[in-house]
Design a protein around this ligand. Structure first.
Ligand code: COA
Length: 376
């Protein structure tokens, strides 16, 4: 029997699966299209970053206005979509499972669903990105039995998300912090969900299908689902005095501590450094500095005991918590931003495609002969 017996790179560690010009990771430096994440977090806006990711350059003022207008026109959900979404269960439903279904449902109404040309893909890119925040807020409102406020077309994604969540104009400072979070989460080279989206796109499947693949991969606790788990961990720990005893017990039980470690960054995740100072400010402003204090101890102890550093999910958890966002919406928020990175990857995949089709090393039985069911 001829079987593949080449080396196995478990988890594809170190495997270079495609060329990409969207975001790069070199040591502890993350760049989108050549600009460092620190530069973009400090100086740009989420919408500007979206243009950058999709067009390989920063926008002019007119181009940025144009993109914002396109987003503004597409943010609201059509009444027939709202009616369909209201039929989905929200009780005991994880919002990421709901979001996966909602985006798939949205695709059924998309007039360009089966068109794959550049213009149709651009229109779908706008619709998917503009509506993701509205979908997450819709889930929140539906389960709370509240009316979903209509997003305001002249406002940003960050502003509208907080507006729809709270039902009133959000605090400008909070909008700025949330916008920075969206920038930090927008793309991250060939991460698990971007790869999942690219794998689906590589069969020349449509953009909604590829984005749903991204959502499915992001949901897991080893990827985007970690931010929710971080906050659950901090709440379970309870107080600064309890951090070290909790950690000792968790490590003795060989548990994974959520929000730590990374496949690529071994000298620290640059996004975590930015989020760390945001967490300090936000937890102080919200009158709950203990979340940052506990995080800081956990950070120091994980470094000392395991040599593991925090990733993007660690400090973003306390930032979102300080904004009053429910824990189970932390990962959906990740999708609100990352959808734009997935789309950049999907378009890049279409533009230079070859279907992904790796091999598996056979470890099963060989040469068996069929036994009729009566003889088993
Ligand atoms: N807590 C405790 N130990 C951890 C750890 C964590 N968060 N992350 C890695 N380790 C340990 C592993 O147990 C393993 O130890 P071993 O060699 O003794 O078995 C070693 O470090 C290597 O980890 P591994 O799981 O092989 O790394 P990976 O590259 O396959 O996975 C992550 C990377 C991010 C999935 C992994 O670090 C993890 O599960 N982190 C927690 C989840 C998380 O925060 N995900 C968000 C990523 S942005």
């Amino acid at each position: 029997m001829q079987v593949y017996d080449g080396a196995v790179d478990k988890g594809l560690e170190g495997v270079v699966a495609c060329t990409t010009a969207i975001s790069s990771i070199v040591d502890a430096t993350l760049c989108y299209r050549g600009y460092t994440i620190e530069d973009l977090a400090q100086n740009s806006t989420f919408e500007e970053v979206v243009f950058l990711l999709w067009n390989d350059r920063l926008p002019t003022s007119a181009e940025l206005v144009d993109l914002k207008n396109s987003f503004g026109k597409e943010m609201a959900l059509e009444p027939e979509l709202v009616a369909a979404l209201k039929k989905l269960p929200t009780k005991d439903t994880h919002p990421m499972a709901w979001l996966r279904t909602a985006v798939s449902t949205m695709g059924l109404w998309d007039v360009d669903a089966n068109e794959m040309d550049d213009n149709a893909n651009h229109r779908k890119a706008i619709r998917l990105s503009a509506k993701m925040a509205t979908l997450v807020a819709a889930f929140h409102c539906f389960r709370e039995g509240k009316e979903l406020a209509t997003p305001k077309a002249d406002k940003s994604v960050a502003w509208n998300f907080l507006y729809m969540m709270k039902g009133k104009d959000p605090d400008p400072e909070m909008v700025k912090v949330f916008d920075t979070c969206l920038i930090l989460h927008a793309d991250h080279e060939l991460n698990c969900s971007a790869f999942a989206a690219r794998v689906t796109a590589s069969s020349l499947s449509d953009m909604h299908s590829a984005v749903v693949s991204g959502i499915c991969a992001l949901k897991g606790p080893l990827h985007g689902g970690a931010n929710e788990q971080v906050m659950r961990t901090l709440r379970e720990i309870g107080g600064v005095d309890q951090v070290i005893p909790w950690l000792e017990k968790a490590l003795a039980n060989k548990e994974k501590i959520m929000g730590f470690g990374h496949r690529v960054y071994k000298n620290g995740d640059p996004r975590a450094k930015i989020l760390r100072s945001m967490s300090k400010n936000m937890t102080e402003n919200s009158g709950e500095p203990q979340w940052f204090a506990m995080s800081e101890i956990l950070d120091d102890e994980m470094k000392a005991r395991k040599g593991l550093l925090p990733n993007v999910d660690f400090y973003s958890a306390s930032v979102y918590y300080s904004m009053g966002i429910p824990l189970d919406l932390f990962t959906p928020i990740f999708a609100v931003s990352r959808v734009t990175g997935w789309i950049a990857h999907i378009l890049e995949q279409y533009s230079n495609n070859r279907i992904y089709r790796p091999r598996g090393q056979w470890t099963g039985k060989e040469g068996l002969k069929y036994t009729p069911i009566s003889q088993r």
